[in-house]
Design a protein around this ligand. Sequence first.
Ligand code: SAH
Length: 665
Amino acid sequence: MSNFVELKRQMIEHQMVARGLRDEQVLAAVNAVPREKFVPSDLVEFAYHDAPLPIAARQTISQPYIVALMIAALQLKAEDRVLEIGTGSGYAAAVLAEIAAEVYTVERHKILADSARSRLVEMGYTNIEVLFGDGTLGWQSQAPFDAIAVAAGGPEVPQSLKEQLAIGGRLVIPVGDQIHTQKLLRIRRISETDYQEEDLGAVHFVPLIGVSGWEEEEAGEPTKAKVSTSLEELIYQSSEHFGSVEDVDLDKLLHRIGNSRLVLLGEASHGSAEFYEMRARITRELIEKKGFTIVAVEADWPDASHINHFIHNRSPDPLLVDAPFSRFPTWMWANQSVLEFCHWLKRFNATVVDKDLAVGFYGLDLYSLNSSIEAVLNYLQEVDPETAELARGRYGCLTPWANDPSIYGQLMLNKQYKKCEKEVLATLRDLLKQRLAYSEADGQRFFDAEQNARLVANAERYYRTLYYAEQNSWNQRDQHMFDTLQSILKFRGTVNGVKSKAVIWEHNSHIGDARATQMSARGELNLGQLVREKYKRDNYLIGFGTDHGTVAAASEWGGPMEVKQVQPAHIDSYERLFHQVPTDNFILPLIKPLQQNVRRKLLAERLERAIGVIYRPESELQSHYFYASLARQFDEYIWFDETRAVEPLSRQQNKAGLETFPFGI
Ligand code: SAH
């Protein structure tokens, strides 16, 4: 270690100062960067030699003196934003980052861009961004720059680089009509249209290859490098990469979501924490920045209603006697990630002055036959005891099966028992007839009761047709979810002249357009399809995926939660493709701005994995994979290469305190 410190001191003294380079700022920056970390391990002993050294992809790390000379020529100030073309090892970028506020660096060899990026992150640089691409085009979205350094020699000064200079900005670039010999030029932009050029002397750089540089063959590079870019690389280039959910920048995603009224957020399993956390992150931003007031999830109405009361700071509703999410699969909503999100919602609502802008939490699903019946009866008992009596009699038809309604479905098959369709519909009708009278007292509570009565009616049909092949109960469930969503949108109406907007959290299989998957061949539709059909371009569907990690799931319906290992994805799957993209987490648009040629490739059908509340790794291919056309199924896709199981809330532990209400009851 100390050996390198001494070698570095000598390098600065003999190779830089002795040659007349006296810029204190640059020398201090060179002194701050351990060059030995940027050279291949077998060449470490030569790190401070007065020479360029070979790195991967037949490129070089520049001679130390040349790096210092170029940087001195840039005349940097501490607040400057700098663009470097030719990241190579990342060494020059690190020296630049010691002086300037922000450094953007572009490299055309992916292997170099990737290794430089991870090396710089590991070394703790937070003000350097590495882009894989053709640097002769600059970095338009980050322009203008106060300074641009080009670390490879081209035949001319690329026009895009000149245009990306700020007025007063400096561009230092080796230019020459011979491939390996150039003049080092400094070009200063003095006005919108005028540039000044100075010649800083002869230099030898590796060739600048790209649209405004040399062509590959001219530069004598292997033609193999010209082979068309792989799909993994195209995805890498087309996506936004991020480290963790906390620090992901969602501005571009929010821009693409635009004015969509409905944003559907999927999940590839019901038990992976990252999906919940990312959905919470996106939802928070939609609420804060775009005025969304509805969060609707794949949970039952009465359960979600508990949460809704909680986040509105109302006391728990005595009508809702069941603990929320006590039905299998409890971990799907009673988990740490959801808890944190609900607490955020509560804090947010506390800051909202106009009550119409408070966020509501709603359940779209229909599995709560029992507690919905109870909720309707309790409501009626309070507002209209006579009708309550009538309803109790009618719902009595279902009472024997209310705790296990699938038995009702089985019995309906052989027609031994009377069906309860008429009865449940009559109760709903009675309730709706009194809408005006009832809701005058409390519109929110009437809405709650109405949705429960609708749920009972739809659940009756759902269970009754569960075992009839020709009557698709899946469709009834998704139709119920869609109808419920519409009721909520209507109930929340318009705020300040703007129609209410909703974020929906459901499994990918509900929110990705069914028409793009094998489901549609079975005559199945889903929420995503219904939303697209009705709301045209007023919606945005986002799918989620993962390759491996752990997941919370059961082995069979009603079984205990287990933490299971997610198998690495199948070779023919989208998941495998995304696993091969050389970055762990990314956000990938599947419609514009995604380029047509990439989109076309992502339209081709592949396997896609769906893990529900049950996961059977042993029979994964049969039980969890289906064919889909991803770019048709979703508008956007969010990838986490590795995910971890959600952390279920321990009800016992929480029983003690109100701290975690409503989960703790
Ligand atoms: N600054 C680097 C020196 C790298 S040598 C260091 O400190 O290590 C020049 C680099 O420019 C090579 O890695 C080469 O692949 C890259 N390069 C050449 N043409 C390019 C282009 N059009 N866009 C981006 N990088 C390019």
